[in-house]
Design a protein. Structure first.
Length: 83
């Protein structure tokens, strides 16, 4: 493929590229290509989010049972007018 020139690279992006190149003992060019490849085709490993962790276990047992009952009611399928 043709060469691409990047201008006005933000300092934090440049630092990330240099850090990757140093940690993998490779050129800046290969580091940029690797980062671009990952952006185009992300890793197949599942991403784990922790933004709701503080809510785990926050309900009492009675609140959890009440919630489960409400869900069960919503999941019930009515016979509807076609039966």
């Amino acid at each position: 493929m043709d060469a691409i020139t990047l201008r006005k690279l933000p300092p934090r992006v440049g630092a990330a590229v240099r850090e990757r190149a140093a940690s993998r003992k490779t050129s800046l060019n290969k580091a940029v290509i690797g980062l671009l490849e990952e952006a185009v085709e992300p890793s197949r490993e599942p991403r784990i989010f922790h933004d709701l962790d503080e809510l785990c276990g926050a309900w009492s047992k009675s609140e959890a049972r009440s919630f489960e009952r409400a869900l069960a009611e919503q999941r019930a399928i009515d016979s509807g007018p076609f039966e």
